[in-house]
Design a protein around this ligand. Structure first.
Ligand SMILES: *Cc1c(COP(=O)(O)O)cnc(C)c1O
Length: 386
């Protein structure tokens, strides 16, 4: 069998009976929209993460959007976030007419750098782009919040981010699309900020068989607003519309599938740690290869296992020749994407993101990767850099 980048087939073989049973139950009761599986999934996952409330929704992107809408974000608001992420993180900010203020990443975790975040807030407060790069039109912006991304599955540094945000009166949204199942200082991802958004896109650590997502919070008022936004801004019922909302519901069928998948998720998280540790043991002695750093007190969900090397092109060529699938997350930081040309950034504004974008690549990563497969992959990589 060829090595899979993410092996959803191997997982399906384990859970197929449970998935089919759960789907059959939905077909029998026929409540395709907001059926009983929705509440059940929300309660299960809130319990797992330790967050007080969970609102399931149609995607990770809508999860982020619903959190921002619940905070009433709009034109004139600056939201600080990373340029080294999937476009959805910043796209939701722009969709609401607010402005992303990008902040560069730490070179070893690829997550937003709290020290630079402090500078970016100061630059905006003082209207001084000498302190930190600011987007065009910064004169009219006021700081509102932060979306920090738990990239590749490792939580950002929430102690420092939350402390700064509290001091400056900013909200913090955790983009946990890649980190469901991760941990930070004894707490689970999705419970590390004012609100958190995760994704059930099939390739994420906990994925469904389509699109899905969830927002989490401990804040009762925010929870009520996000639940309202999810269903067209409903009040007492769906024909009582008290705010502008979206159609952001999760399908009952997807919730039923997730309930079956969640049964083996904690075990899969342990297997992911084993796979990641094996890669690191095989690869971390080579001076041409930077293996992932997971901070003490943190546990990554290993959405991706990413290496950095100045010999990236040679390594990718060699892996391709051997039929090993790879991916690059992310080849171009968001401040240099066409969609964000309107912010007026230039190369050099975010040097760490730009440098990593040229050298980073991700290896096959899933709970069912065998030691033999990983040895084969490591041998190809080490041969390519020698
Ligand atoms: C996948 C992802 C999203 C978006 O999730 P969808 O379910 O695909 O909408 C947002 N942010 C990050 C960091 C992601 O990896």
């Amino acid at each position: 069998m060829a090595i899979q980048f993410i092996d959803l087939k191997a997982q399906q073989q384990r859970i197929l009976a449970a998935v089919q049973e759960n789907i059959s139950r939905v077909l029998a009761h026929g409540q395709y929209i907001m059926g009983p599986e929705i509440k059940e999934l929300e309660q299960r996952l809130a319990g797992y993460t330790g967050a007080r409330h969970a609102v399931s929704c149609s995607s990770g992107t809508d999860a982020l959007l619903m959190a921002l809408m619940a905070y009433g974000v709009g034109p004139g608001d600056a939201i600080f976030t990373s340029p080294f992420t999937f476009v959805a993180t910043a796209e939701v900010i722009s969709l609401l007419g607010a402005t992303p203020v990008f902040v560069d990443i730490e070179p070893d975790t690829f997550n937003i750098d709290p020290a630079l975040l402090e500078k970016a807030v100061a630059a905006l407060e003082n209207k001084d782009p000498e302190i930190h790069p600011l987007p065009q039109g910064f004169e009219g912006l006021r700081p509102r919040g932060v979306i920090s991304v738990d990239l590749f599955g490792q939580p950002a540094d929430y102690d420092r981010i939350n402390a700064l945000a509290a001091k400056k009166g900013l909200f913090v949204i955790e983009d946990a699309a890649q980190s469901f199942g991760a941990e930070y200082k004894g707490k689970k991802a999705c419970a590390l900020a004012d609100a958190a958004a995760t994704s059930f896109f099939p390739a994420k650590p906990l994925g469904c068989y389509g699109d899905g997502g969830m927002v989490f919070t401990d804040d009762d008022a925010l929870y009520a607003k996000m639940a309202s936004v999810r269903v067209h801004g409903k009040g007492s019922d769906k024909y009582d519309n008290i705010r502008i909302g979206i159609n952001g519901r999760c399908d009952t069928l997807q919730a039923a599938i997730l309930l079956a998948k969640f049964e083996i998720f904690p075990e899969e998280m342990v297997l992911r740690q084993d796979v990641a540790n094996r890669y690191t043991n095989l690869l971390n002695d080579n001076p041409h290869i930077q293996t992932p750093l997971v901070r003490e007190g943190s546990l990554s969900a290993w959405a991706q296992y990413s290496l950095v090397s100045e010999k990236k092109d040679e390594i990718l060529d060699a892996l391709k020749k051997e039929g090993v699938p790879t991916a690059i997350y992310y080849p171009r930081p968001l401040h240099l994407q066409g969609a964000y040309a309107y912010l007026g950034h230039k190369p050099g504004d975010y040097p760490v993101s730009e440098d990593k974008a040229g050298k980073i690549f991700s290896l096959p990563m899933h709970p069912y990767l065998t030691e033999a497969e990983q040895r084969q992959i490591a041998d190809v990589i080490l041969g390519a850099v020698s």
